[in-house]
Design a protein around this ligand. Sequence first.
Ligand SMILES: Nc1nc2c(ncn2[C@@H]2O[C@H](COP(=O)(O)OP(=O)(O)O)[C@@H](O)[C@H]2O)c(=O)[nH]1
Ligand SMILES: [Mg+2]
Length: 274
Amino acid sequence: MGNIRVIGPRGSGKTTYLAALAYQPAKAIGKMRNFSVTAINDDTRRLAEKAENIIVEAESLEPTGVLVRRIDDVPIYSFNIEINSLFNGKEKINLVVRDYPGEIFDELEQGAINEIQTEFIEECLTKDVVGCLIMLTEWKKGTDKFYSRVLQRFTKLMDTYDRANDLRLAVVMSKCERGELWPGRIDPEIDLFDVHLPKTKAVLQDRIPTKNLQFYAISTFGVLGRKNPRPNRIEEWGTDGRNSVLREPERWQPYGLISPLYWLSTGKRMRNDA
Ligand SMILES: Nc1nc2c(ncn2[C@@H]2O[C@H](COP(=O)(O)OP(=O)(O)O)[C@@H](O)[C@H]2O)c(=O)[nH]1
Ligand SMILES: [Mg+2]
């Protein structure tokens, strides 16, 4: 039983990631997945129904730009995930995930404390939450500073809520099929975070016990094949791959979707992933 929160800036790929988890294609596509997912509430079933459109046609789930006013407006997704792990046998995780709007991430940096923000923090940091998946996505100059400030604040709040030592953080670089990032996915801590987001990493290492901190790379779209590192996406012109849809749905092979969740939920590292 893992209660996990997903947070990250707007556009980092949170909703697409959840859609990919919920998606159960009618016909087998890509390689057989080594996990199966059951949606166990209405929000999640709705997400699964729309998943194909979200991934293939970039349909958005919620009207963008609409500010969420109350925490109750943020849907809760609830999944049962059964993982067939080569080394650990079958493993079941129950995930309850909340996909917060990215504005909250900006507000954290600005130090704004309004009602939704306070509720959000309380929701992330209550005792029954085992971990947070923090989805980051930019690596251009200046971003490291922004992320590190946000996370500095977040870790302070962890302290305030007495969670500094018992909340797992999986820090993720999303959309890692993008050119220079793809080779770094194998060892993201060294090849993505040390290189592109060193301040962010330092802040976290300084405040979070080593056993509760892991770095991951995810690509919900993935690449065209094991020996074909061309991204399996079509990007909206001029966005550097930041706004995209799937290019060849029948070859869809997302990268790294499950291992951060598995670790957040169990505290154990997974060796093979979807
Ligand atoms: N290149 C690439 N783009 C992605 C990936 N996942 C999501 N996106 C795109 O990123 C944009 C924002 O995604 P969204 O899930 O709405 O982000 P959210 O605001 O964090 O919920 C959309 O255009 C997605 O198609 C990925 O793995 N690779
Ligand atoms: Mg979203």
